[in-house]
Ligand binder design. Structure first.
Ligand code: C2E
Ligand code: MG
Ligand code: MG
Ligand code: MG
Length: 283
């Protein structure tokens, strides 16, 4: 009896090992040490203004290269960080690092708008506005050069004090952008009620915009909507010159994507920030 009990225990332990649960616990443990280990870093992807034909901004994207786990993709570890609350410290680290880099570029004569992704969990409490203000002061960041990218799920989960948080961000002079526009629940009411400066059309609509008629209708309609609401519109995931031409013809304001540049470490982005560096590809 007892030997079969032991066998059962061993079997269960193995099963647990085979499930994702242990992996997630492991990831959580490693993630806890990530800031201290200096295994987090930021890469930056240029954002090109189609009217001015130059790079006017960069988006900071988090990378995690763990000693044990290797490189883990944000889409894998950010949900774990959100679930465990670790995203609060990680998010503050990202904000400070991105602001520091933007300040540095500005001092080098390369002022550039810095976009930072913000998770819903990160700013659930009111402290966030105060922390944001502190980071801006500490890093000597121009708040009007900072843009926070939030997702529709953020807006949705924040129905009660969402307005307050977003207004606090605006009071600091920081820009607000809706990320992955069109992929969550209806966003139209948020465009109406919240002080949004720009929206980013999700790459899932951009990818096949020339192949799928419905995507084309959605993209052109969203651009018109944004224009009429006096909100800037950015297309994400532009990978081909044909799509770029389409977006230019349809009066999109800004693009980012592999066609122009992959997310890169800061020293590799600097050349792209020099005036006129976007002309080659756009003309
Ligand atoms: P996102 O904010 O929508 O970022 C765009 C994602 O698309 C990035 O993936 C970027 O590398 C990728 N991308 C850019 N251009 C192209 C393209 O032309 N084609 C394709 N196929 N992909 C392109 P990444 O870096 O893996 O980040 C994934 C998501 O993870 C981000 O989506 C964002 O939601 C989240 N994330 C990344 N960094 C942070 C962060 O610091 N904080 C938070 N809260 N979330 C972050
Ligand atoms: Mg983003
Ligand atoms: Mg996006
Ligand atoms: Mg996305």
């Amino acid at each position: 009896h007892s030997s079969s009990g032991t066998e059962e225990l061993l079997k269960r332990a193995k099963q647990k090992n085979d499930t994702g649960q242990n992996k997630e616990e492991m990831m959580e443990g490693r993630l806890k040490q990530a800031i201290h280990n200096q295994s987090l870093s930021l890469v930056y992807q240029p954002q090109v203004d189609l009217h001015k034909e130059k790079v006017i901004g960069v988006e900071a994207l988090l990378r995690w290269n763990d000693e044990v786990l290797g490189c883990v993709a944000p889409l894998t570890f950010i949900p774990v960080a959100e679930k465990t609350g670790l995203i609060k410290d990680i998010g503050l680290w990202v904000l400070e690092e991105a602001c520091r880099q933007a300040s540095l570029w500005k001092k080098e004569g390369l002022p550039v708008r810095m976009s930072v992704n913000i998770s819903a969990v990160q700013c659930r409490d009111r402290e966030f506005i105060q922390q944001l203000g502190e980071i801006i002061r500490k890093t000597d960041m121009n708040p009007w050069l900072l843009s926070l990218e939030i997702t529709e799920s953020f807006l949705l989960s924040q129905l009660q004090n969402g307005q307050e948080v977003l207004e606090g961000i605006k009071e600091l002079g920081v820009h607000l952008s809706i990320d992955d526009f069109g992929t969550g629940y209806s966003t139209l009411s948020y465009l109406k009620n919240f002080p949004v400066d720009s929206l980013k059309i999700d790459q899932s609509f951009i990818r096949d915009v020339l192949i799928k008629e419905k995507d084309e209708v959605i993209v052109t309609s969203v651009i018109k909507l944004a224009r009429n609401m006096n909100v800037k519109v950015v297309a994400e995931g532009v990978e081909s010159s044909e799509v770029l031409t389409f977006l230019k013809e349809n009066d999109c304001d800004e693009v980012q994507g592999y066609l122009y540049c992959k997310p890169l470490p800061p020293h590799e982005v600097t050349p792209f920030l020099l005036d006129g560096s976007a002309r080659q590809i756009l003309s």
